[in-house]
Design a protein around this ligand. Structure first.
Ligand code: KG4
Ligand code: ZN
Length: 338
């Protein structure tokens, strides 16, 4: 029997739908919400409203592009968490309504597991076990991936996520939201050793990004007091130095995890895995340390429904269906809810 699933992602500020058939992605539609740019961050209420507006057109586009009809579906999958409550509610309610009208089951997908399972969309697919560093706007985790369904978080940030550190730095530099990709862009033109930012070493495989965020704030305050044009004159060098420091923090713990577990199959996932500095550093690890490195295609780094569809496919073949009491789980974690 052929298995065809529709997957919906609405956890943050992308409304996305994908269709997967027998493990192959037929389409991956994403509608981004530009409304947040002028606020310098995501406004949850506006995100929910934009999801409401986008969801039907996005799903219609998915059916059209995949060249399937509703009656071809075997199940509908959606992200239930982690994410923004109101945003998740749109995708979860839509999925339940569609599935119940078609008499087919719903599948609940953990957004963080899905970021990792994006590595199974295309070749090369990692063998198990592997370590995945999941780096996004809301999370920074080191995950030991034992199978498509079994994963353990071995380390994570104790405060801000690395994507937040990129975005908040960008805000201090007067760049629009989300600033991560812009820091990356300017960093490519600057000197990563121009400025040095202090970093704190956390116990085990844990991370902390609040200290460096404060250090950047005071560094900019001090220098713009001396010279009001400091940012304008040094934008490329500031971005390159900040990116260098953030990637260095990420890599120190990742290298330690590889050394101590002996697992040299290593992947990165999540929005920040689109960062050119991080991608280059991972390539270096392949050359220098002989790691087997897995870097996702750009379209599967930031939030998308293709990854939700991939996770849903493995859940479908393992008969992992949700009940009709399915509801958003904003604080869902790999391994449960805190
Ligand atoms: O995974 P994602 O799309 O959403 C969350 O689940 O959070 O990640 C979004 C984050 C944002 O913080 C964004 O600035 C960051 O990923 N990001 C980048 C780059 N592209 C996206 N950060 C640094 N460099 C990039 N090229
Ligand atoms: Zn994400």
């Amino acid at each position: 029997m052929s298995v065809t699933l529709l997957a919906i992602e609405s956890s943050c500020d992308e409304t996305a739908a994908a269709v997967i058939q027998d493990g192959n992605i037929l389409c991956n539609i994403v509608a981004s919400q530009s409304i947040h740019e002028k606020y310098g961050g995501i406004v949850p209420e506006l995100a929910s409203r934009a999801h409401q507006q986008h969801i039907i057109p996005v799903v219609s586009q998915a059916f059209l592009q995949a060249n399937i009809q509703k009656k071809d579906l075997n199940a509908v999958a959606c992200t239930t968490g982690p994410g923004l409550l109101g945003a998740l509610l749109v995708g979860v309610s839509f999925s339940k309504a569609l599935a119940s009208s078609l008499g087919i089951p719903v599948i609940k997908v953990n957004h963080m597991k899905a970021h990792i399972l994006a590595h199974f969309i295309d070749e090369p697919r990692p063998a198990f076990p592997f370590i995945c560093m999941t780096v996004s706007g809301g999370h920074t985790q080191l995950v030991l991936v034992k199978s498509h369904l079994e994963m353990d978080v071995i380390g994570e940030t104790q405060d801000d996520a690395v994507g937040e550190a990129f975005d908040k730095t960008a805000k201090l530099l007067g760049l629009p939201y989300p600033g991560g990709p812009l820091i990356d862009k300017y960093a490519q033109l600057g000197n990563p050793n121009a400025f040095l930012f202090p970093t704190v070493d956390m116990p085990g495989y844990n991370y902390s990004f609040s200290g460096i965020k404060t250090a950047i704030l005071y560094f900019l305050k001090k220098n713009t007091t001396i010279d009001p044009d400091f940012i304008e004159k040094n934008l490329n060098d500031i971005c390159a130095s900040v990116q260098f420091a953030l990637v260095d923090i990420l890599m120190r713990k990742l290298k330690r995890a590889v050394r101590e577990t002996g697992i040299t199959r290593v992947a990165i996932a999540g929005g920040v895995s689109a960062n050119s500095g991080l991608r280059k550093t991972m390539e270096c690890m392949r050359e220098e340390k002989g790691w087997e490195v897995f870097i996702p295609d750009f379209q599967y780094c930031t939030d998308n429904a293709g990854m939700i569809a991939m996770a849903a496919y493995y859940q479908f073949i393992n008969n992992d269906f949700a009940g009709w009491d399915l509801s958003p789980e904003p604080r869902l974690r790999i391994g449960g809810i805190v």
